[in-house]
Ligand binder design. Structure first.
Ligand code: S3P
Length: 169
């Protein structure tokens, strides 16, 4: 591939519905890097779904597992890594990402996020009567932290092709 300096991984951060997984795949293909979804790796390690991890062990246990899985992945060869929306909120993870990867925040407007996550039930934090309220609150808490990412890409309501191209640029 040759265009990623120092063999670093690319870590995609942003809220649920921002398109981290959706953009990660074509981005990895263009960069000639493997694509890995941290949530999928956590489910593999736990042997059950993220919803079940939350239900059976609680969010704190999920965050511990998430931190360990991301560490293991970032200690390996370069990849495009889609993280869960809460992963970058962990200061240990942020420090590791800063050291070993290039972080990219996919910043999306609230209405776009709300539309994209509606009708999906696999996200335990959105299993509520008002996903909009949850996302609005998370936005207030997380956006200042996501802003520490190396690169910020404003996604608006752009499609996969447009956003992948913006990230490549
Ligand atoms: C979470 C986001 C989810 C998943 C978990 C918690 C969060 O990942 O890790 O449900 O705290 O924002 P996605 O951002 O891929 O939906």
């Amino acid at each position: 591939s040759g265009i990623i300096p120092f063999g670093r991984s690319i870590v995609l951060v942003g809220l649920m519905g921002a398109g981290k997984t959706t953009i990660g795949r074509p981005l990895a293909a263009r960069l000639g890097l493997p694509f890995v979804d941290a949530d999928v790796e956590i489910e593999r390690a736990a042997g059950c779904s993220i919803a079940d991890v939350f239900r059976l062990y609680g969010e704190a246990a999920f965050r511990d597992g998430e931190r360990r899985v991301i560490r293991r992945l970032l200690e390996g060869p370069p990849m495009v890594l889609a993280t869960g929306g809460g992963a970058f909120m962990d200061s240990t993870t942020r420090a590791l990402v800063r050291e070993r990867a290039i972080s990219i925040w996919l910043r999306c407007p609230l209405p776009v996020l709300v539309r994209r996550v509606s009708g999906r039930t696999h996200r335990p934090l959105l299993n509520t009567t008002s996903p909009r309220e949850v996302l609005e609150n998370l936005m207030a808490i997380r956006h200042p932290v996501y802003a520490e990412a190396d690169i910020i890409v404003d996604c608006g309501d752009n499609n996969v092709e447009q956003t992948t191209t913006r990230v490549m640029e």
